[in-house]
Design a protein around this ligand. Structure first.
Ligand code: SF4
Length: 369
């Protein structure tokens, strides 16, 4: 069992409530068995042969939304999300994965070009980019399409060639398949992504959502040589672009709420760069959420909405309730997937302007926004 590699984590966490307060799932369900401690406790019974793995255990394991907030505030390297991922691999290997998990896995494999080597080769051979092109790795969504059009327009104004590689329906197929417990399929996607990186010419390859790039950079199985230098998150590229090309940005002097993405909670750049751009460069007055940066409340993550939509909706509702207290209607996040998750809530969709950093810095403010 893969989970046997995490016996130390299970032991350390089964009596430790220190991260329960950051867990969005436990906060919504109010169930002890959804907390980081509760998950470790259930599994301690299984690994000690005091309990069999059953439907409720599998449900709890797939209800964790892998936001990694518990890991970020841990006092050591033990990681509840890594233990959860191992448990899901075991569940998949035991052929006990719940039906919605299998359905989502199939849908990702059928609708993401990175899951299929023939389509990956087509993507690479159809690319007309040059070593000077900024290639944006994008997916099919309204918000990411809008962000790409802003990036393309700004780069064109600065005589920089920009091209898009659209990978299909989901924003981060490698991270999503890994979340579901299909590690081999996830590794295959990373290998296919590596093929694109090695066979498409670019000056920079910009990842519009952070998840697959972070996984790729952490992966010990894919070899991207020294090419990792050219791979950047959209917010990193925005900072570079402003430093190199933008002489002046009008100060906005406007109040906004900033919501962190889940990206990589162990890397300070995920918190510092967006705030630096919004506050120092653009002059926004940020109202921070109660829980922010490493402790930030998940925007729902990548897969929970397809597996347990009641919990997903509940998590977004908690965010929407907090926003009501602030009387500020503009919300900025660094990731289009956060925008899509937040906009599943009718109140947030209808009553707030929820935008990405690129749009916040470069489009004209709407009156009253
Ligand atoms: S990863 Fe997030 S959802 Fe999962 S147990 Fe930790 S805090 Fe809760």
């Amino acid at each position: 069992m893969y989970v046997n590699d995490y016996l130390d984590t299970i032991n350390k966490w089964k009596h430790c409530p220190m991260a329960n307060y950051v867990c969005p799932v436990a906060r919504y369900t109010k169930l002890e068995t959804n907390t980081p401690r509760g998950l470790a406790f259930i599994y301690s019974l299984i690994v000690d042969n005091l309990k069999d793995i059953d439907e409720v255990t599998i449900e709890r394991i797939y209800q964790c939304n892998l936001c990694r907030a518990c890991e970020a505030i841990s006092r050591d390297d033990s990681s509840i999300p890594e233990f959860i991922l191992a448990a899901r691999r075991d569940i998949v290997e035991m052929k006990m994965a719940p039906e919605p998990v299998i359905r989502l896995k199939d849908d990702i494999c059928n609708n993401n070009k990175l899951c299929d080597m023939d389509r990956v080769k087509d993507l690479a051979s159809n690319s007309k980019s040059t070593p000077e092109t900024v290639v944006v790795l994008n997916y099919e969504s309204e918000s990411s399409k809008k962000i790409f059009s802003i990036i393309k327009k700004l780069l064109a104004e600065n005589n920089i060639d920009c091209a898009e590689i659209n990978i299909g329906k989901y924003p981060a197929p490698a991270a999503m398949l890994r979340e579901l417990g299909y590690q081999d399929l996830s590794s295959k996607v990373l290998n296919n992504l590596t093929y694109i990186i090695k066979n498409v010419k670019f000056r920079k390859m910009v990842f519009i959502t952070p998840y697959d790039l972070e996984l790729l950079l952490k992966s010990q199985t894919v070899d991207i040589d020294n090419m990792s230098q050219g791979l950047v998150h959209a917010f990193e590229f925005l900072e570079e672009f402003i430093n190199e090309k933008v002489k002046r940005i009008d100060k906005k002097k406007e109040k906004i709420i900033y919501i962190d993405s889940e990206g990589n909670r162990k890397s300070d750049k995920f918190y510092e760069i967006p705030r630096k751009l919004l506050i120092d460069v653009a002059g926004f007055d940020i109202k921070e959420m109660v829980w922010n940066k490493k402790e930030s409340f998940s925007c729902g993550g990548l897969t929970l909405q397809y597996l347990y939509c009641d919990i997903f909706d509940g998590i977004i509702k908690i965010i929407s309730n907090e926003l009501k207290d602030y009387n500020i209607k503009k919300v900025v996040t660094p990731c289009p997937h956060c925008i899509e998750n937040l906009c599943t809530n009718p109140d947030l969709k209808d009553n707030y302007e929820i935008i990405d950093l690129w749009e916040a810095l470069f489009t004209i403010n709407k009156p009253g926004g």
